[in-house]
Ligand binder design. Structure first.
Ligand code: AMP
Length: 500
């Protein structure tokens, strides 16, 4: 099997005439997708892109954007996707850091891109049909001799979402992505009978690698939705067998009266990840649909690390067991393993773990240790059966009066209070305690701060209970459903200190 992620999967597709992508009225075969990727690869090469060069891409979600990803893999170039929401200022930093050989952007952003980037720029329209990438590639050869890549040669650089400081480029190799896709394909029993409902963005590890690489590895078809849209989802669900989503997506579907046993009749699996899945959502999904959500845990730097089993107990509030081939150790601040059941830093090692941060050797050394273990920055614990629970990001830990409070535990208790529909717990500077546990809460039924605090009394020790409950209309989340706690911390930073 070739070391090239693309060719090793593409060469195993039994029938290239079969449908790969269903996008609106378009039915795109594997053969067509691969030919389109070959044409793009020729075009990139003719514009000077060589193996190991970066291709920066800021486009909307379209089938052609996927083929552009394949084109980079075929050529041995490094695919560097950016969130389309990034502004010109953010792009200036990202382009100066990635130093791409070529940029692909939407036609609307071409002028801005040319003003900050002196190299070749191609365009791809939101519908995947317009733009110079399409025009200039259309008459090029539909076959391409794929580069033979080594395990550690880079396939992509994904910039971390970076809620604090500049985002870093995580270098992912062909071997990292291939090994993870093969493990997930086996574990989740993907086959060419599967039809994956694709509703996620494709600039992030979940929608790009977990969804597309796994489907390709299994020769599965993909219903490719341009974005999360409940109407489209309910229209397409009957044709699908698998869906991957982030927790907020499942929450939104639960609020839709169309969700029920009939709507999910053809499904075999719903996967959740990228952010913690509240136990209430896990339970409600089971009640409404009869399906048990399968929660998994991963990150940009490591691909997927753990998963609840496909066959066997899926435990709510846990992210399951380490994936085959991935070692997971929970350690204290000295790097020593903590006893089972105790909270520590999650570290992982395996073929899934990235090659380091792009041009940041110091950050790489600090987080990716010489023994191969990567310090994820997540805090977690292991139960007696080996299932992992995540209690929060290390930097979100609240230390109040010298005691550790894990936001996830408080959020779970808050979400279980009738009348609380969503919550986020974070620390704010506090004159006596160092940090004060604070909760932002979305509430219904007119429940009051005192009412919520009273409801928490039974289950949570005094020091864990929020000092203040702040009512908000919505908890701020990014495109992947991750709570943007720094925004809340900034907004309310003087809550305990002002006037003191
Ligand atoms: P990203 O690199 O943007 O994919 O973010 C990775 C981070 O998302 C992880 O380090 C975790 O903090 C969080 N995350 C991903 N999956 C889960 C999950 N199932 N439960 C809790 N947190 C998760």
């Amino acid at each position: 099997m070739s070391g090239n992620l693309f060719s090793s999967f593409a060469n195993t597709i039994p029938d290239r005439g079969r449908v790969f992508l269903l996008a609106g009225k378009r039915e795109i075969s594997f053969g067509h997708a691969f030919e389109c990727a070959a044409r793009f690869a020729h075009l990139l090469a003719s514009r000077g892109v060589k193996r190991g060069d970066r291709v920066a891409v800021q486009v909307e979600k379209s089938p052609e954007a996927v083929f552009l990803y394949f084109a980079c893999l075929r050529l041995g170039a490094i695919y560097v996707p950016f969130n389309p929401a990034y502004t010109a200022d953010e792009l200036i930093y990202l382009l100066s850091d990635a130093e791409p050989a070529l940029v692909v952007c939407t036609p609307e952003k071409e002028t801005a891109a040319r003003s900050i980037f002196g190299g070749p720029v191609l365009t791809l329209g939101a519908d995947g049909k317009a733009g110079s990438l399409i025009q200039e590639a259309k008459d090029l050869r539909p076959d391409f001799a794929d580069a033979d890549m080594a395990h550690e040669e880079l396939a992509a650089i994904l910039y971390t979402s970076g809620t604090t400081g500049r985002s870093k480029g995580a270098m992912l190799s062909h071997g990292n992505l291939k090994s993870n896709a093969l493990v997930l394909k086996e574990l989740w029993q993907f086959s060419d009978r599967d039809v994956l409902l694709h509703v996620l963005p494709i600039f992030h590890t979940h929608g790009l690698f977990v969804a597309i690489n796994v489907a390709l590895a299994a020769a599965a078809s993909i219903i490719f939705l341009p974005k999360f849209d409940p109407d489209l989802i309910f229209r397409e669900l009957p044709r699908a067998t698998v869906m991957m989503g982030v927790p907020t997506l499942y929450v939104r579907l639960l609020s839709d009266p169309r969700l029920g046993v009939a709507a999910v009749r053809h499904m075999r699996l719903f996967v959740s990840g990228s952010a913690p899945l509240p136990i209430e959502v896990f339970n409600q999904w089971q009640e409404r649909t009869g399906f048990t959500l399968l929660e998994r845990y991963g990150m940009t730097e490591t691909n997927m690390n753990t998963s609840n089993p496909y066959v066997g107990a899926r435990k709510p509030g846990t992210v399951g067991l380490p994936l085959p081939g991935t070692e997971l150790r929970i350690v204290d601040k000295n790097g020593d393993a903590v006893p089972q059941g105790e909270v520590g830093l999650i570290t992982v090692r395996g073929p899934n773990v990235f090659q380091g941060y792009w041009r940041q050797p110091d950050k790489t050394r600090a987080e990716l240790h010489a023994d191969g273990f990567f310090v994820t920055g997540d805090l977690g614990l292991k139960d007696a059966d080996g299932y992992i629970s995540i209690v929060g990001r290390g930097k979100e830990l609240v230390i109040t009066g010298g005691l550790n409070v894990y936001p996830r535990e408080v959020e779970s208790s808050l979400n279980a209070v009738p009348g609380v529909s969503d919550s986020a717990v974070f620390g704010l500077p506090h004159p006596d305690l160092g940090e004060g546990v604070t909760a932002a809460v979305v509430a219904e039924n007119g429940i009051t701060e005192a009412g919520i605090l009273a409801a928490l009394e039974k289950g949570l020790a005094n020091f864990k209970r929020p000092k203040r409950i702040l009512f908000v209309d919505e908890i701020p989340r990014n495109a992947m459903g991750k709570v943007q706690k720094p925004l809340l911390q900034k907004k309310y930073c003087g809550l305990y200190t002002e006037g003191k």
